[in-house]
Design a protein around this ligand. Structure first.
Ligand code: FRU
Length: 500
């Protein structure tokens, strides 16, 4: 395998980003979200923070803009906004394609991969064997590991792969690692059919099954995929969050991300709230999990698409982008915990120009140009619509429906949709906050909108394909929703370094 030193990688990264400047401006190309230079991408993988660098690996097929034999693509960032794409980190081999998985910093070298005091990073991923799949053996998804002793820049596969074989389940994948400090052991959270299996290990190589979770709980309209297990310290208590992606059967059809709140004791996850909850009520946030090694700060990232149409969306050189990295938290609303997600603070650093407005009338048209973050403060929440439009009369509508007590995004008139019969639709997300006042943050980036209502208690992510970018915004409010303040922040594209 080609070995490249850390500095060379930065040199290479530099070359790639200057190439990037030539063509990161195609129609629909996100300007502040990560997307691969070219070809197909799905789930974020192996997200790990180490030595000041956020690593992002991703399901990648370097030969086409549709899904194929999976590799792990690789990108790095210091601020979660500016990304440098690096050479592919993991290639398929005789054990199969490289499916989704995670990575950790093995600080005490439990794996023994570190030599001479080096701290190894260890990745675990599913190897999907396409021959076994064809022969319907039921034995084709097994877990393998790889390690890096150069701070995550290059990776070697473990000789003894796979480290965890399927018990005969055809869907047995997407391992997510976490450290269970109380018993000094690693936990692997794995999707198995439409359940979660937990395994533990002292060395990341020998795994023991601890328990199963999910029978009769949550949504089961599809296969469970890409789980994540993490905890938050709230008022001196540990509250555990189990994220479970599922496809199909998501809240808006196709792919969706549900979660469970409960307790994990190193063996069992016990859910203490049986309400089915979704992390994002839009259709286009899937396979999201969090970075490891970020301490108490939890940073979530999803794939900004949906398996219902991901392979047919009208982009040419590349297919799909990630969501914005989001700070993930829990909030207690009348005794129940809900997730909140908000853009990471480094988004603010991209601000090029701020427009502030405290006299908001419905006639006023706000011109927009390029990626933008819009923040509204609302005194008394009531029915309203915000319309993004272009000169061709195409529109994306975002609003609140008081009768339904729901926020919504309507992309029925937002441009091209003929690639999928389900695409042109209105999506509703329930309002979870109970206050009279509200706040809304919208991030519009060419062909995507992320909606964060009530500091991220209701989050919705949508992609859309207008023939020209939306360049105006208008607010309509039937009953005079108490819009108090508005900030429009025009953002600097992350791919163009020279832009002021
Ligand atoms: C989720 C998923 C994973 C799998 C990967 C394959 O989108 O289906 O379960 O590991 O994509 O690319």
């Amino acid at each position: 395998m080609l070995r490249i030193c850390f500095c060379c990688c930065f040199f290479l990264a530099g070359c790639f980003s200057s190439v990037a400047q030539d063509f990161y401006d195609e129609p629909y190309r996100p300007q502040i979200h990560f997307s691969p230079r070219e070809h197909w991408m799905n789930d974020p993988n192996g997200m790990v923070f180490f030595d000041g660098i956020y690593h992002l690996f991703f399901q990648y097929f370097p030969d086409s803009t549709v899904w194929g034999p999976m590799h792990w693509g690789h990108a790095i960032s210091r601020d979660l906004m500016h990304w440098s794409e690096l050479p592919i980190a993991l290639y398929p081999d005789t054990l199969g394609y490289i499916f989704s998985g995670s990575a950790v910093v093995d600080s005490s070298n439990t794996s023994g991969f570190g030599k001479r005091g080096q701290i190894p990073l260890v990745a675990v991923f599913t190897q999907h064997d396409p021959r076994g799949e064809k022969q319907q053996t039921g034995l084709f998804q097994n877990q393998s590991i790889a390690y890096s002793i150069d701070k995550g820049m290059t990776w070697q596969k473990n000789r003894g792969n796979p480290v965890l074989k399927t018990p005969g389940l055809k869907d047995f994948r997407d391992p997510k690692l976490s450290w269970y400090a109380e018993e000094k052991k690693w936990i692997m959270t794995l999707a198995a059919g439409d359940l979660i299996f937990f395994y533990s290990s002292k060395n990341l190589k020998n795994w023991k099954k601890e328990s199963e979770f999910g029978r009769g709980l949550g949504a089961h309209g599809g296969v469970w995929e890409c789980p994540d297990l993490l905890h938050f310290a709230i008022a001196g208590k540990k509250i555990w969050l189990l994220i479970v992606n599922m496809n199909p059967g998501g809240i808006q059809g196709g792919s969706g991300t549900q979660y469970f709140i409960g307790n994990f004791d190193g063996k069992n996850f016990k859910c203490n709230d049986t309400l089915t909850k979704w992390m994002d009520y839009g259709p286009d946030d899937y396979a999201g999990v969090t970075w490891s090694n970020t301490g108490n700060k939890k940073i979530f990232l999803g794939w900004m698409s949906n398996w219902q149409y991901a392979q047919r969306v009208p982009t040419e050189r590349w297919r799909s982008a990630m969501t914005l990295p989001r700070l993930l938290n829990l909030k207690n609303i009348r005794g129940r915990y809900f997730t909140t997600m908000t853009p990471v603070p480094s988004l603010e650093k991209l601000t090029r120009k701020t427009l502030y407005c405290d006299k908001i009338s419905s006639e006023k048209r706000f011109p927009l140009s390029g990626p933008v973050r819009i923040d509204f403060k609302i005194l008394r929440l009531n029915t309203f619509t915000i319309t993004f439009s272009n000169a061709l009369g195409q529109e994306l509508r975002v609003g609140y429906d008081q009768a339904k007590k729901s926020f919504y995004i309507d992309r029925t008139l937002a441009g091209r949709s003929n690639f999928d019969p389900h695409f042109a639709a209105v999506h509703y997300g329930p309002r979870i906050a109970l206050t009279e006042n509200s706040s809304i943050t919208l991030v519009l980036d060419n062909a995507s909108l992320e909606f964060f209502g009530d500091e991220g208690l209701t989050t919705m992510t949508e992609i859309f394909f207008p023939d020209t970018a939306f360049d105006a915004m208008q607010i309509k409010s039937a009953k005079g929703a108490g819009f108090q303040e508005l900030f429009i922040r025009t953002l600097k594209p992350v791919w163009k370094k020279d832009q002021k």
